[in-house]
Design a protein. Structure first.
Lengths: 332, 704
């Protein structure tokens, strides 16, 4: 009897199978439009150059986030040439991708081109180093704020009140790059209030480790009692660190960068004393998120201006953990 | 004819081997390799990048191309004068920063900014120019040093002004027009570059200053020797170069407005690659605006294409460097080997089979004899190469010589000679016109008329150009012999269009129909080619019917008849098809027959070689010209034939003891006057049984 009951139930279930399945769940109404809004879209990426942690990290993050959605991700590498970059953007304006992600070599050169790109209906996302023209999205460090924090940190480390010599040096990147120009503003804001801190050198190494090394070596010779050097990029400051090491002096090196594993290693082995980190994978995710939003909202380019400042971490040997730095995803 | 001979004959008839050599003689072949590279580069990137050559893709490239072309033009001008300017990249950056500083920081007006910036560039050029031109330092090292110094100046200015420039705002539509505006639909920079390229082209090709630049680049010493102010010319090329580089900098400043430290870094390499790739020689003396433009396009396509393909980490610089290396190698090898290669491939023999040569012994009408033994020598040792001989009404003898004179031996004893006229060139065939003026075919010059008053007048030196001829066949290279029709039309032969006067025997090695017969009509002043593809057409002689003439084709060993009027107009008929030697001039005889000079007698070896074009080509390529197998042009004879082609008699000088080397003969009042292009005399032979009163002039113009 029991068997018959079960069999009847099973048969009944089998008969009504179709309708029962439908009642197991409902289709998410945003799902189809979500995927639709990405299929066949094109994102083009114009960094200042490929081949280092920041640009490779952003590229990897964007690729990971966008390509599974059917978005074509295209890299145009001007290899440190502003002109080649301008050419790439000009070409892109003609090609009309849906989004251009730009990493500006300086605040001026691409400004008018970015405006034109927006006018042509292309969303423009600027990463880390912005142009003087604000586009749909900027993702990156708040360089003025970062400069202020760095200034305060330098005062803290070198203040004669705490036994420092008060002499500091700054090694900028390209003078007109956003990272240099806004950060100097922040640092100056602080230093102007601290006359006891003496800025003995403020030069541009154009993101070049060799130039940075030469600058640091000269400054240390001129000022053997130099307290600290702050450089505007960790890759460039490999040179600064080498100069400090060669001099044998104890100079505090405060650098900054994307928080790649190299920085943690550098802090560990004493290459750098401290590093201000804007977390690159986080920036990549922010950009991907903003791109997804832009593509779904479908508003004309330039309608909204969003700024997402990346949270900053001051990493030292004593406060870093294994998770503080990120690793470049292995290719292929 | 054997099957293998047939195959060889068709092989050489169908494949135009001679075109390769002719193409290589062209000046534009210098541009052929760059254009080829351009096509390859365009094809490769067009294939790799789907919409690379879409209108939008091209227009986006144009603006940068304009600036880049200015830089390449700047470098080209210096290179043409034999120098090199590595400082253009830095000068470009200087132009950029100076313009930006003046407009954004100092707030100058746009015209003042441009003037000042160009002056800055000119100043850098002047420094280079003084150092290289006047102080004669090495261009490479000097401009390398200025590259560094100017770059340092740029860096100092950047340090001082770049932040101010970045912060400043330029409120001038005119200023942005340079970087963003269009002229008639093309970007301003492109319009500027094209206009300046045109100016550069006109200056280099059409003006005294441009010729000076080319001369200095071609050979500094020779330029100095002819009085060109070499130092000043060199100095000025650098000034022009600096100014153009600064102009490109202004356009760049207006377009991007960015005071970046990387502006113009490595630009000199890209520009150098473009200039050399375009075919501007590093050694100087060879270059043009067109070459600069082609090179600039190639490099622009490559750089942009590589960025668009997504080549990363210096891949494009690497490729550019390798291309430069290859371009320099091609440039050097090309310059060095072009002439060598040309001389090897220019001679391109083809298949030619002559009919069996008739015997010159026994019962043959050509049988050897000693009838030229009694020839008297006129002007022995005093005349160099009288190709043709002619006598006027007063019995004076006229002959041309190797040094471009027409010499007159005075009747009656011909011991006295005088220079009739100096015409230059190489006087060959002659004929008296109805008005008594002497018409002469001058090798290397054309057809000339010399009046009784010794006035020289050019009748023609060009004919209509063939549509599909690669070499310019409108010019007359080797006008050979002429005759005049009753209505005054002059028919003259041009033996070959592929060789100059002094190389005429080489044409035999080819035995292609390189020659032609041309008609000059004095009534309309026109010159037209009437018969083409003849094997070294040589002597021409009007026939008595007034509608046709006889002409000899030397390398074909035949005499043919051409009708220029009447029912058979335009047809050619062979009169004698199998001469034992190489026919030269033909002239009328007093009894209505014709005299024919055989310049040399055929040899079985050359006859065989003519059927073996491969053999002759190997010979021409592998051994020195002195060792080549040439036709025999030393021993010949005079024959007389009638209009059916029957040989009446042959006059030989057996053994060549008395009068060897015959190219022409002229009957005049019972005597035969004999000329030879390599001879040192005019021969005179008393003719038995010929009309002692007959003369050529009477025969032509008095209708006796």
């Amino acid at each position: 009897m029991r068997l018959i009951k079960t069999a009847t139930l099973a048969a009944g279930l089998a008969l009504c199978g179709g309708s029962l399945h439908a009642q197991e769940g409902i289709d998410d109404p945003t799902r189809a439009p979500y995927y639709e809004s990405f299929t066949g879209k094109k994102v083009a990426y114009v960094p200042v150059a490929m081949g280092f942690d920041l640009t490779e990290g952003w590229a990897a993050g964007l690729k990971e986030a966008l390509e599974p959605l059917g978005v074509t991700f295209d890299i145009r590498d001007p290899n440190w040439s502003t002109d080649a970059g301008a050419q790439a953007i000009t070409t892109l304006i003609a090609e009309k991708p849906d989004v251009i992600v730009v990493h500006n070599p300086d605040v001026q050169s691409y400004a008018r081109l970015l405006k034109k790109a927006e006018e042509a209906g292309i969303y423009v996302v600027q990463v880390n180093m912005r142009s003087s023209y604000s586009t749909d999205v900027f993702v990156g460090a708040d360089y003025v704020g970062m400069g202020q924090q760095i200034g305060e940190r330098l005062v803290e480390v070198c203040s004669p009140a705490k036994g420092g010599s008060g002499k500091i040096a700054i090694t900028q990147g390209v003078l007109t790059a956003a990272a240099s120009i806004y950060q100097m503003q922040g640092i100056n804001n602080v230093l102007s209030k601290h006359p006891e801190i003496q800025l003995v050198s403020n030069q541009a190494a154009d993101w070049d480790a060799t130039k940075a090394k030469n600058i640091a070596a000269t400054v240390i010779q001129q000022h053997p009692d130099l307290c600290a050097i702050t450089g505007f990029w960790d890759v460039m400051d490999v040179g600064t660190a080498a100069a400090i090491k060669e001099s044998g002096k104890n100079v505090y090196l405060l650098t900054q960068g994307g928080g790649n594993r190299m920085v943690c290693d550098g802090l560990e082995n004493g290459t750098y004393s401290e590093s201000v980190v804007y977390f690159v994978p986080g920036q990549a995710r922010d950009m991907a998120t903003m791109i997804k939003q832009l593509l779904q909202l479908k508003q004309p380019a330039g309608t909204t201006k969003t700024t997402l400042f990346t949270p900053l971490t001051f990493l030292r040997k004593d406060n870093m953990t294994a998770a503080s730095c990120w690793d470049m995803p292995t290719k292929g | 004819m054997a099957v293998s001979d047939q195959i060889v004959r068709w092989r050489y008839r169908l494949v135009p081997d001679h075109l390769l050599g002719e193409i290589l003689t062209k000046r534009w072949v210098d541009n052929a390799i760059p254009v080829l590279i351009l096509i390859v580069v365009a094809a490769v990137f067009g294939w790799l990048i789907p919409d690379f050559f879409s209108a939008a893709g091209i227009s986006s490239l144009m603006r940068q191309w304009g600036e880049f072309t200015l830089i390449v033009l700047a470098l080209m001008i210096v290179m043409v004068a034999g120098g090199i300017d590595l400082s253009i990249g830095s000068t470009f950056a200087l132009g950029n920063i100076v313009a930006l500083t003046l407009i954004a920081v100092a707030g100058w007006s746009v015209p003042a900014v441009i003037a000042a910036t160009l002056a800055c560039g000119a100043l850098v050029g002047l420094v280079n120019g003084v150092l290289v031109g006047y102080l004669r330092l090495r261009a490479f090292l000097t401009t390398l040093v200025t590259l560094i110094i100017v770059r340092a100046v740029v860096d100092m200015m950047l340090l001082k002004y770049s932040v101010a420039i970045a912060a400043g705002f330029v409120d001038s539509d005119l200023w942005y027009y340079f970087g963003e505006g269009d002229v008639l639909g093309v970007p301003f920079s492109v319009a500027t570059a094209l206009v300046l390229a045109l100016v550069a082209h006109l200056v280099l090709s059409r003006s005294r200053a441009g010729w000076h630049v080319l001369a200095v680049g071609g050979s500094r010493r020779s330029a100095h020797n002819v009085g060109i102010p070499v130092r000043r010319v060199i100095c000025l090329t650098y000034v022009v170069s600096g100014t153009l580089a600064a102009l490109a900098g202004v356009l760049f400043a207006s377009r991007l407005g960015g005071a970046g430290a990387d502006t113009g870094v490595g630009l000199e390499i890209a520009a150098l690659t473009a200039a050399v790739l375009g075919g501007n020689s590093l050694g100087g003396g060879r270059g043009s605006a067109a070459k600069a433009i082609i090179g600039a396009i190639i490099v622009m396509i490559m750089v942009n294409g590589l960025v668009r393909i997504g080549v990363t980490r210096g891949g494009s610089s690497l490729l550019l460097g390798m291309v430069l290396l290859a371009a320099v190698a091609i440039d050097v090898r090309w310059l060095k080997n072009r002439h060598k290669f040309l001389s090897k491939v220019y001679v391109s023999p083809t298949y030619s089979e002559l009919p069996a040569a008739p015997a010159t012994s026994g019962a043959s009408p050509y049988a050897l004899n000693d009838r030229l033994r009694p020839v008297e020598a006129i002007g022995l040792g005093q005349i160099d190469g009288p190709e043709d001989v002619i006598l006027d009404e007063d019995d004076h003898i006229y002959v041309g010589n190797r040094t471009g004179d027409i010499v007159r031996f005075l009747a009656p004893d011909y011991t006295q000679q005088e220079l009739f006229v100096h015409v230059g060139g190489r006087p060959l065939g002659m004929a008296f016109a109805k008005d008594g003026s002497l018409l002469v075919c001058i090798g290397g010059m054309g057809l000339y008329s010399i009046g009784r008053d010794r006035s020289i007048r050019k009748l023609t030196d060009e004919t209509n150009r063939s549509w599909f001829s690669i070499i310019d066949d409108s010019r007359l290279r080797l006008a050979d012999d002429l005759d005049i029709a009753a209505d005054g039309r002059v028919f003259f032969s041009e033996a070959t269009v592929r060789y100059e006067m002094h190389e005429w025997p080489v044409d035999c090695l080819e035995s292609r129909g390189n020659g032609r017969i041309i008609c000059y009509d004095p009534n309309s002043g026109t010159t037209r080619t009437v018969v083409k593809n003849l094997l070294f057409p040589n002597g021409i002689c009007m026939m008595h019917d007034g509608q046709s003439f006889l002409f000899a084709e030397t390398w074909a060993c035949r005499v043919s008849r051409y009708w220029f009027d009447g029912p058979k107009k335009g047809t050619v008929e062979v009169v004698i098809g199998d001469l034992p030697g190489y026919p030269d001039n033909i002239n009328r005889a007093s009894d209505g027959t014709y005299w024919l000079a055989l310049v040399g007698i055929r040899t079985p070896s050359l006859d065989l070689a003519l059927k073996m074009p491969g053999f002759r080509r190997r010979m021409a390529r592998r051994i020195a010209p002195d060792e080549w197998l040439y036709p025999n042009i030393n021993t010949g004879c005079v024959v007389r034939f009638d209009e059916t082609g029957r040989i009446i008699e042959a006059l030989w000088d057996f053994g060549g003891e008395n009068h060897p080397m015959i190219t022409s003969m002229r009957e005049h009042k019972g005597h035969l006057y004999i000329g030879g292009i390599l001879n040192n005399r005019v021969g005179r032979l008393k003719l038995d049984g010929m009309d002692p009163a007959w003369s050529g002039i009477d025969s032509y113009w008095r209708r006796i």
